[in-house]
Design a protein around this ligand. Structure first.
Ligand code: SF4
Length: 378
């Protein structure tokens, strides 16, 4: 039986971070109740569809937004409905994104007892002045406390999200953040560079010259520092921005990177099933009313062409440090052998791509320009 990942979007946050362009809104208790009810209806409806019936859930991921803003009873209720409606693999991973300041010990214990196997925590930085500058709703102390409580509640699989390239962040700040993360010793770490998304308060502040950002060379240095320090500390660098202790790679994100199928539930959630991509109504209120009226909230979808599927698979597969087998790589590019493509041979000769153990991988040099490099290949 084919497996698939289940993504559940919870579009509510305590407040809005200044760099955020995710589909998330200020939390409203009445809307939360309506939203949770709509999710239950969508779960029931989706479970009956032909595209899903004979497949196993390998992973559930509650993303947001801030899923941990919901009561544990809501989250476990949704998870139980999923278990009743879909067939789960025996060792399916169940992750909830949690932000410091939205969890306490009873909630964490309830999540653990309810079958949540993994938590992903937005820490970002360990300097309060930097957290304030990007509008995070928590302090470093709250992040430390949240992590400690997660351990106390029994969670043995925790990811910490970190960010570099923040306004006012220096190499010493980033070094301190990495030291802190290595010291608390999670099973998984994500380290993403800040992207200025158009329309966000941070984007506007930058355009108006109100904030400065580390330059490109500093940002590259920060990335290299993360790779060196985390690998030295025993983490496997298994994806461009992700690091795991052996045995703790994120199953859910591997679904995306390995181009497997996933079903997204909730406002704005995307799905990729049976060669089709579709996504739900973005606004929570529209999502809730669409589910009530039609039983589905799909706003738009498309059947992906063979060409689009090949490009996606190439793009996602190369993000993994293990890369793609030479056979898969050449098939995806539609060439007989590596030497048949000038672009490929040039990237290999220039050291941006490398061949290792019969696989084509992005080299250390290529990591810093991975996105541009993949675009060149397509
Ligand atoms: S917590 Fe995450 S989703 Fe919520 S506003 Fe901040 S960055 Fe956006």
């Amino acid at each position: 039986m084919n497996s698939f990942g289940l993504y559940i979007h919870i579009p509510f946050c305590l407040s809005r971070c200044s760099y955020c362009d995710f589909n998330s809104y200020h939390v409203d208790p009445v809307q939360v109740e309506q939203y949770v009810e709509a999710l239950a209806l969508e779960i029931g409806r989706r479970a009956c569809s032909d595209a899903i019936r004979r497949r196993l859930v390998c992973s559930v991921f509650f993303g947001g937004g801030t899923p941990s803003i919901l009561q544990a009873s809501h989250l476990i209720g949704i998870l139980d409905q999923c278990r009743a409606a879909f067939t789960f693999e025996a060792d399916a991973e169940v992750t909830i994104e949690a932000n410091p300041g939205t969890v306490d010990l009873p909630k964490l214990r309830a999540l653990h007892a309810g079958g949540v196997t993994r938590l992903s925590v937005g820490v970002q930085a360990v300097q309060d002045r930097l957290l304030q500058r990007i509008g995070r709703a928590h302090t470093v102390r709250e992040a430390e406390q949240a992590f400690r409580l997660m351990r106390e509640a029994g969670f043995g699989n925790v990811n910490l999200d970190l960010m570099f390239g923040l306004p006012g962040q220096g190499m010493d700040d980033w070094s301190e953040t990495l030291d802190w993360a290595i010291d608390v010793s999670p099973e998984h770490l994500s380290a993403y560079g800040l992207t200025l998304e158009e329309g966000t308060p941070l984007y506007k502040a930058h355009r108006q010259g109100a904030i400065g950002l580390p330059d490109e060379a500093t940002e590259a240095e920060m990335y290299r520092m993360a790779v060196d320090r985390l690998c030295d500390a025993g983490f496997e660098h298994y994806e461009i921005s992700n690091f795991a202790r052996p045995g703790f790679r994120c199953r859910h994100n591997l679904v995306y990177w390995q181009h497997q199928e996933y079903l997204g539930l909730g406002a704005g959630a995307h799905s990729f099933l049976a060669g089709q991509r579709f996504f739900n109504e973005l606004l929570p209120a529209r999502y809730v009313s669409a589910i009530a009226e039609r039983g589905t909230a799909v706003a738009c979808g498309e059947k992906l062409s063979a060409e689009m599927l090949r490009s996606e698979r190439l793009m996602l597969g190369l993000r993994l440090r293990g890369g793609l087998s030479v056979r898969t790589f050449t098939d995806l590019l539609g060439i007989e052998e590596l030497a048949a493509s000038d672009r490929v041979t040039r990237l290999l000769d220039d050291g941006f791509l490398r061949l290792r153990g019969g696989r084509v991988q992005i080299s250390e040099r290529g990591l810093l320009v991975a996105n541009e490099l993949i675009v060149q290949l397509l």
